[in-house]
Structure formats: structure tokens, C-alpha cells
Design a protein around this ligand. Structure first.
Ligand code: NI
Length: 189
């Protein structure tokens, strides 16, 4: 057993992921104004929950917390410098186009092709409340848009054609009826 490795793993608590159907995902999240130790702990929990669910991005509403916080790691633990926290993010510039498959931890087992801008600049605050701007390309640009959408109460499926979206919703309703779309109540903070 390699204990050295074990201690270097993220220390946050893993929260269950809220699934499509829970109203918290349709609700615009509240602006963060307090940057205290409790927030630092929540950010750790968000990274732990994201990694545990094999995601590269997670917004706080996805663990049932309606606050404007998202975490991103497009390298999935490979490069620590790619761990990004965006708090109260605003998309301030978009350029170009990319086409690619997109999915969401709150809509498991589904992926759809979605055209998005290819270069995206976000203005946000970091974990300590310091304002910054960052420009991302490709997957990071997509993550900025996807996570900011979450904080505005929007899922990526809202960008699909009505036809595709309705088909997906019908499939999800069937899963719900069959008891195969179960969302656990998030644990209290
Ligand atoms: Ni998502």
C-alpha cells in the first residue's frame, strides 16, 4: 500500500451530484460576497466531488449549493496549474467557433454535439476574492461557457435544437419512471 500517494490525494469531501430534474439546476445562483475558510473548504469539496465523478468541471449548484462558484481542471489531475476556480464569473468576450461533443455530470450517459465559441475570456474572482481575467481555448473555453451557464441556471441542453432536447427529455423521463434516474439529496454544509 502506498500511503505517500494516499495523503497527496485531494482532501475534500465528496458530495453526491445533483441530477437533471432538481430545481437547483434551473435557478440562477447567488453572488459570493464572503471569501472565508468555509469557502476554501467548499472549493476543496468541489474538486474532490468533480474528480470522483470523473468530470473536468463542476458548478456549486451541481452539489446542491446555489452559489456562483465553479471549478475546472481540463488536465484531470495531470497538471496542477490547470486547476481553476472561478467565482462570480462573467463571460466578457467570445471568438470563433468549435464543434465538439459535450456532456454534463448532471445529465449522465448523454452527450451531444454542440457548437460553441472557440476562444472565451472570463472575468471572475479567485478563491481569495481577487478579480482576474483569463482566456481559454478549445476545451477550456467550452468549460468556461458550460460552468457559467450552470451558475445562470442553464444546462447545455438548452443550446440544443428543440427536437434533440425533447428527445433527450423523453428518454430521461423514461429513466425516471423506471427508477433509474435517482438523485440523492445533497448533504447539508
Ligand atoms: Ni454540467
Amino acid at each position: 500500500m502506498d500511503t505517500t500517494k494516499k495523503t497527496s490525494e485531494p482532501t475534500g469531501k465528496v458530495h453526491p451530484i445533483v441530477l437533471y430534474g432538481d430545481p437547483v439546476l434551473d435557478t440562477p445562483a447567488a453572488t459570493v460576497t464572503v471569501f472565508d475558510d468555509k469557502l476554501q473548504k467548499l472549493i476543496e469539496d468541489m474538486f474532490a466531488s468533480m474528480y470522483s465523478a470523473h468530470g473536468v468541471g463542476l458548478a456549486a449548484p451541481q452539489i446542491g449549493i446555489s452559489k456562483r462558484i465553479a471549478v475546472i481542471d481540463c488536465s484531470f489531475k495531470e497538471r496542477p496549474e490547470e486547476k481553476i476556480v472561478i467565482i462570480n464569473p462573467e463571460i466578457i468576450k467570445t471568438e470563433g467557433k468549435q464543434s465538439g461533443s459535450e456532456g454534463c455530470l448532471s445529465v449522465p450517459e448523454f452527450r451531444e454535439n454542440l457548437t460553441r465559441p472557440n476562444v472565451v475570456t472570463v472575468r471572475a474572482q479567485d478563491a481569495k476574492g481577487k478579480e482576474f481575467e483569463m482566456t481559454g481555448e478549445g476545451l477550456l473555453a467550452r468549460a468556461f461557457l458550460h460552468e457559467t451557464d450552470h451558475l445562470n441556471g442553464k444546462l447545455y441542453i438548452s443550446h440544443l435544437s428543440a427536437l434533440k432536447r425533447d428527445l433527450m427529455k423523453r428518454k430521461i423521463k423514461k429513466l425516471m419512471k423506471a427508477g433509474e434516474w435517482i438523485y440523492e439529496a445533497p448533504q447539508p454544509m
